[in-house]
Design a protein around this ligand. Sequence first.
Ligand SMILES: Cc1ncc(COP(=O)(O)O)c(C=O)c1O
Length: 381
Amino acid sequence: MMNTAPTEVTRNARPFLHGPEAAAINDALQAGQYGHSSRVEEFEHAVADYLGVPDMVAVASGTAALQLALLAAGTGPGDEVIVPSQTFCASVHAILATGARPRFIEINPHTLCIEEDQVRAAITPATRAILPVLYGGRAVDLSALHDTLESQGISVVQDAAHAFGSRSGTTLVGAQPGLLTCFSFGPIKNLTCGQGGGIIPRNAAEADALRGLRSLGITQSQQERAATTTYSVDGFGLRATMSDLNAAVGLVQLQHFATVAAKRKALWTSYATRLKPLTGVALVDVDIEHTVPFNCVVHVPDRDRVFKELRSRGIGAGVHYPPNHTQPAFQTWHRPLPVTEESGRHLMSLPFHPAMSDDDVRYVISVLEHALPQEDACGES
Ligand SMILES: Cc1ncc(COP(=O)(O)O)c(C=O)c1O
């Protein structure tokens, strides 16, 4: 085993640039288009074309995408939004920012995703929306609940921050009818703009509403505003636009997305093969045929010690995520969630990004193998 960790395993994740991104940013700078301008529209069209949907609304972040989508779905004070506790805290903050409250639910510990029965049991008269998190990129199918949700006026706002490029059956995530889908284009996501997010609206009226919500309630375009002495604030809105600098990066990344998706799938498959012989390590189940994996997560015994051991050997182990219902800020909405709590004590993310090689994976596995609790002669650890 090498004494020094190879560079690419030292970080849990990192952006993967193809080269032309810097020139694309420079073009935007030279054109004086630092803010929201034509590249954002171009990026919106390019993503919509990729997904085969009529429209995409680009926003400043994945968190903003969730908040705006929930607002467009009519979420507000007094409402409840069903969400797994096992997600990044951004999902919860987006709910709170609308004035609604989160109702935390359990996950399937093998996939870290929610299932229909758990959602069905949590619906109350206050439920306004369901926020399934497509953990690690895995699609969540709630289609069996469709009639129930529709009859009760409950929207599905999917947190697809991890899931750009994944499929639900044969349909790309984002192209499933009847759902609001929110992507993050943050620095380490499957598709990155540096920072950014995107919402796939359910219809044209919703797209218009979202464009008002992201632009301080002003619905005229930049060109329309430039031609008049006033503008009209037609509703509530935030400053949540994407900039041309970010869109310039996203446009380059999208052109190369097939390469990144293939690298991510190959990397996950390499981990899956090499993890198999390791006793006591359970790889979180990713439907690799349909998923562009965002990460590689395992459940390990004695996680805190193993994590520290990997870190001390220079390996960028991570924990995604400590459950939200145990966070100090979210205690008001705490309820016992034993499956999530047990899973949260054992899960650990291994370094995962497209620049990693097979040798990097081999190195991580060799260190992990040594760090695991050793079995004694009777086979007990
Ligand atoms: C599951 C999940 N939801 C939402 C977000 C928020 O996205 P952003 O960082 O672009 O605001 C993230 C970001 O990591 C995430 O992992």
